[in-house]
Write a protein that binds this ligand. Structure first.
Ligand code: 6GP
Length: 796
C-alpha cells in the first residue's frame, strides 16, 4: 500500500499507461478498483491468518439482506487513503467523486434490516472483531424504481459486474444442498442415520467480499452464496430444463413474491440454502472439538429468515456427526441468538407445515421434535388455551418461525428499548415468561464512518477542526462539541456547511429530476420504505392542507419549505403504491402553482438507494420520523439525520424516544399519540375517525379532495387509501395525529427563523449522536451475546 500521494500517483499512472482507453473514466475506475483490491487482499489474508493462530471466537451474522451501498469510496476511507487518492487523482485531472459514481450499487436489501447488517459489518471490522456476514449473492438487487406518470414501476437491477466486482469466487469451497426427496431409516457405523432419497441438489458456490475496517488492518469476510446447477443426478422424472430454471431462480432476486405456493417454496429454498451452506462450512472449518463449538462460534440470525439455522445445525450435529439430541440441542442453544426487527403481524413469518415437510423433510422432522419437547416442558405450566397457542412452534398446520427462533436461541433481542418492552409485555409475553433471561434490548446504531465521515466530509472537517479527530475512532467523543453550542463563529460555520450540502443536493435534484429548489428553504425529508405505519400519507395530506391554506388565506405566507420524499413500495403493496402516486400528484400541483411554489416545493427522489441517502441526510434540516407510535421497531434513518445535525420531527416511537432522551424535548419536535394510547385504542377499538373529521374543516376539505376528485385522479388510484381511511377506520391513526403534526410543524418553522438558535439545537444533536454509532451497538452484542473480546491492536 502507498503511504503518500506521490507514490500513489506514480503507481496509478504506470498502470493506466498499460490500458488502452486511458482517457475514459471507466478505465480510471477499473484501475483504481484493482489497486484498492490489491491493498485490501494483503490485509485480508493476514487477518484470516491471525484469527487462526489466535484461535479467536468467530461470529457469523446470518442475514437474507446486506444493503452494502457502494464499496470503493468506503474502502478508500477505511484504508485511510481517501484524502491523498482524491488529491492525487485531481492533480491528474480526474474527479474521484465521479469515479465512485460508476460503481454499480449492490442493493441486496430492502430497508432497515439490510442496511443494519451492512453497518454491523463495518463496525465489526473497525472494532477489530472477528465477525463475518453470511448471505446470498442475488443476481438482481432490489428493483429500480421508475416513475411513469407518477406511478411506481419496477425494473430489474443487475449489480453484479464479474470483471470489476469485489467478490472472489471460491469454487473449491462449493457444496451441494438437497431439497425435496424422502427420508428413510439407514444405518451407519452401527447407529441409525436417516437417509435422504431422491433429493434434488443445488450447488452452493461462495463469493467472498472483503470488509475493510477503519485504519485498514482488519479485513473480515462477507460470504455470499450463489446457486448453481449441481453435477449430481436428478431425481427420476425431473426435466433438466425445469431444474436449471428453478436453480437459477434461487439466487436470482431478493424476496420473490410469496403470495403463491411457488413463491413460498422459493423463499424457503433461499433461506435453507443460506443456512445449510453456511453452517456446513462453519462446522467443517471449525478449530475445536465439536462439543466446544459454542465457545468458538457465535451465530446471530437477523430476524427469522435464517431461523432454519436451528434445525439445520441440529441435523448436522446429529445426522452427520452422530451426536445425541440433548448434546446437540445444548450446542445449538448456546451458539445461536436471534434479533427481532418488527412486531408487524404481516412480517412475522409463518410457513405451512406441509410445504416445509415437502421441501425439507428431515428439517421438518426436527422442527416437530423441537416443538414436541417444548410442549412437554410447558405442559406443567398453568396456561390457558390462548397462552399455549402463543408458545406453539407448530400450530394448526403452521410453523411459527419467531417462536422457533426464540426457543432455539440463547439470547433474543429487540432493537430499541420501547420495541423490546413491547415484545416482552405483549407480542412475546408468554415466551418471555417462560425464558425470562433470554430477552434483552440492544438499541440499533449506524456506521458513523459511512453516514458522517464519508457522506459529509465538510461537517466532519468542521467537527475535527473544533474538537480533534478522536471522534472518528470513538464517536462518543462527539460530546466535546457541546463546548461550541453557544459559539457564534462555530454556529455560523455549521450553517455554512449545511447550506453547502443543501446546494449540492439542489444541484442533484435539478440535474436528475428537473426541479429547482431553494437551498435557503427548510429541507424537510422523509426517506424510508413506503408503508402504512410510516405514514407518508400523513405527511402529504398535511402538505396539501398547507397548500389549501396558502390559496385561501392571503395572510398565510409561510417560510419556504422543500419537502423531500424517497423510498420504494413493495411491488405488490397497493396502498403504498397509491401513496407514491398521491405524493407525485400533489407535487405536480404545488410545484407548478405560481403562488404556492414560493412557499412549498415537493421532490420525490426517484429510486431511493444508499448512495442517494448519502446525499440527502447531510442536506436535511428536518428529520421526519412520524410512524404510528408502537409500530416502528427502531428506525435508523433517525440516527443518520441526527448525526448530520437535522432536528427530529417525530412521534414517541422506536429509537426516537432514545434520541429525545439524549437531546431533551427542547431539541426535537415531538407530537402525537403515545404507544400506550395507540395500544389502548387498538384494544378497545374505540377510535372512530369521522368524529374527528366532523370538527375540522381543513381536514374535511382535504378528505373531500382525496376521496372525491382533485387528488384521486380517478377513483382507481386511491381505492386502497380510501379502504384504509374510511372502511378500516384508519388503522395507523393518520387523521387522529394530523392536527398535532401540523402544530409541531408550526413550532418547528418558528424555531427555524431564529437561525443561531436552530444551529444550537443542531450542535446538541450532533454532540449527542455518538451513542447511536453501530460501534456502540456491536460492542454491546459482543459483550452481552457473542463474547468475542477484542484483538489487541499490537497483534495486528
Ligand atoms: C426494520 C424495522 O422496521 C426498523 O424499525 C428497524 O430500524 C430496522 O429493521 C433495523 O432493526 N425491519 C425490517 O427491515 C424488516 O424487514 C422484518 O423486519
Amino acid at each position: 500500500m502507498f503511504s503518500s500521494k506521490e507514490r500513489f500517483k506514480e503507481n496509478f499512472v504506470a498502470r493506466l499507461e498499460q490500458r488502452e482507453d486511458k482517457e475514459s473514466l471507466q478505465t480510471v475506475y477499473s484501475v483504481l478498483t484493482a489497486m484498492v483490491k490489491e491493498w485490501t487482499y494483503d490485509d485480508w489474508e493476514q487477518t484470516n491468518q491471525q484469527y487462526k493462530e489466535q484461535k479467536r471466537k468467530q461470529l457469523y451474522y446470518f442475514s437474507i439482506e446486506f444493503l452494502m451501498g457502494r464499496i470503493l469510496g468506503q474502502n478508500l476511507m477505511n484504508l485511510d487513503v481517501h484524502g491523498f487518492v482524491e488529491e492525487g487523482l485531481k492533480e491528474l485531472g480526474f474527479d474521484l467523486h465521479a469515479i465512485e459514481e460508476l460503481e454499480p450499487e449492490p442493493g441486496l436489501g430492502n430497508g432497515g434490516l439490510g442496511r443494519l447488517a451492512a453497518c454491523f459489518m463495518d463496525s465489526l471490522a473497525s472494532l477489530q472483531l472477528p465477525g463475518h456476514g453470511c448471505g446470498l449473492r442475488y443476481k438482481g438487487g432490489l428493483f429500480t424504481q421508475v416513475f411513469q406518470d407518477g406511478f411506481q414501476t419496477e425494473q430489474p437491477t443487475v449489480w453484479i459486474d464479474e470483471k470489476e466486482g469485489w467478490g472472489i469466487r471460491r469454487e473449491e469451497l462449493s457444496l451441494d444442498i438437497p431439497f425435496f426427496g424422502s427420508i428413510e431409516p439407514g444405518i451407519e457405523s452401527n447407529r441409525l442415520k436417516p437417509v435422504l432419497k431422491d433429493a434434488e441438489w443445488i450447488k452452493a458456490v461462495p463469493y467472498d467480499y472483503p470488509i475493510v475496517g477503519a485504519a485498514g488492518k482488519t479485513v473480515n469476510t462477507l460470504r455470499l452464496w450463489q446457486a448453481e446447477v449441481s453435477s449430481r443426478p436428478l431425481p427420476k422424472g425431473k426435466p433438466r430444463t425445469l431444474y436449471e430454471q428453478e436453480t437459477a431462480e434461487v439466487t436470482d432476486r431478493l424476496y420473490p413474491d410469496a403470495s403463491l405456493d411457488a413463491g413460498k417454496i422459493l423463499r424457503l429454498k433461499q433461506q435453507y440454502f443460506l443456512c445449510s451452506a453456511s453452517l456446513q462450512t462453519i462446522v467443517k472449518n471449525r478449530d475445536c472439538p465439536l462439543s466446544d463449538l459454542a465457545r468458538h462460534v457465535a451465530i446471530q440470525i437477523n430476524d427469522t429468515h435464517p431461523a432454519l439455522a436451528i434445525p439445520e445445525l441440529m441435523r448436522i450435529l446429529m445426522d452427520e456427526e452422530g451426536m445425541q439430541w440433548e448434546e446437540a440441542w445444548g450446542i445449538v442453544n448456546h451458539t445461536i441468538s436471534y434479533t427481532n426487527h418488527t412486531i408487524l403481524e404481516e412480517a412475522l413469518e409463518k410457513w405451512s407445515s406441509s410445504l416445509l415437510e415437502r421441501l425439507l423433510p428431515r428439517i421438518y422432522m426436527i422442527i416437530q421434535e423441537i416443538d414436541r419437547r417444548f410442549k412437554e416442558k410447558t405442559q406443567q405450566e398453568p396456561l390457558d388455551e390462548w397462552q399455549r397457542k402463543k408458545l406453539a412452534i407448530i400450530e394448526n398446520g403452521v410453523v411459527h418461525m419467531a417462536t422457533l427462533a426464540v426457543v432455539g436461541s440463547y439470547k433474543v433481542n429487540g432493537v430499541a428499548k420501547l420495541h423490546t418492552e413491547i415484545l416482552k409485555v405483549r407480542e412475546m409475553k408468554e415466551l418471555n415468561d417462560h425464558f425470562p433471561h433470554k430477552f434483552h434490548n440492544i438499541t440499533n446504531g449506524v456506521a458513523h464512518r459511512r453516514w458522517l465521515l464519508k457522506a459529509n466530509p465538510e461537517l466532519s472537517s468542521l467537527i475535527t477542526s473544533a474538537v480533534g479527530d478522536e471522534w472518528i475512532r470513538e464517536p462518543i467523543k462527539l460530546h466535546k462539541l457541546h463546548r461550541f453550542s453557544k459559539d457564534p463563529a462555530f454556529l455560523q460555520d455549521l450553517q455554512a456547511v449545511k447550506i453547502a450540502k443543501k446546494r449540492q443536493l439542489a444541484d442533484y435534484i435539478k440535474t436528475h429530476q428537473d426541479i429547482i429548489v431553494d437551498p435557503e428553504s427548510v429541507f424537510d425529508a422523509q426517506i424510508k420504505r413506503i408503508h402504512g405505519y410510516k405514514r407518508q400519507l400523513m405527511n402529504i395530506l398535511h402538505i396539501q392542507m398547507l397548500y389549501n391554506r396558502i390559496l385561501s388565506d392571503r395572510s398565510f405566507r409561510p417560510y419556504p419549505r422543500t419537502f423531500i420524499f424517497g423510498g420504494k413500495a413493495a411491488p405488490s403493496y397497493r396502498y403504498a403504491k397509491e401513496v407514491i402516486k398521491l405524493i407525485n400528484t400533489v407535487a405536480d400541483q404545488v410545484n407548478n402553482d405560481p403562488l404556492a411554489k414560493k412557499h412549498l416545493h415537493i421532490v420525490f427522489i426517484e429510486d431511493y438507494s444508499v448512495s442517494k441517502a448519502e446525499k440527502i441526510f447531510p442536506a436535511s434540516d428536518v428529520s421526519e420520523q412520524i410512524s404510528t407510535a408502537s409500530k416502528e421497531a427502531s428506525g435508523t434513518g433517525n440516527m443518520k439525520f441526527m448525526m448530520n445535525g437535522a432536528i427530529t420531527l417525530g412521534t414517541f416511537d422506536g429509537a426516537n424516544l432514545e434520541i429525545v432522551e439524549q437531546v431533551g424535548e427542547d431539541n426535537a419536535f415531538i407530537f402525537g399519540l403515545t404507544a400506550r394510547q395507540v395500544m389502548q385504542f387498538e384494544k378497545e377499538q374505540s377510535y372512530y375517525p369521522p368524529d374527528i373529521i366532523q370538527h375540522e374543516p381543513d381536514l374535511q376539505l382535504v378528505m373531500a379532495q382525496l376521496l372525491e376528485g382533485s387528488l384521486s385522479d380517478g377513483e382507481g388510484n386511491i381505492s386502497a387509501i380510501r379502504n384504509q381511511l374510511v372502511d378500516c377506520n384508519d388503522p395507523f391513526f393518520v387523521l387522529k395525529d394530523i392536527q398535532q403534526y401540523g402544530k409541531a410543524h408550526e413550532r418547528l418553522l418558528s424555531a427555524f427563523e431564529n437561525s443561531l438558535a436552530w444551529q444550537e439545537m443542531s450542535v446538541v444533536n450532533i454532540a449527542q449522536s455518538g451513542i447511536f454509532s453501530s460501534d456502540r451497538t456491536i460492542q454491546e452484542y459482543s459483550d452481552e451475546v457473542w463474547q468475542l473480546g477484542r484483538v489487541p491492536s499490537n497483534l495486528l
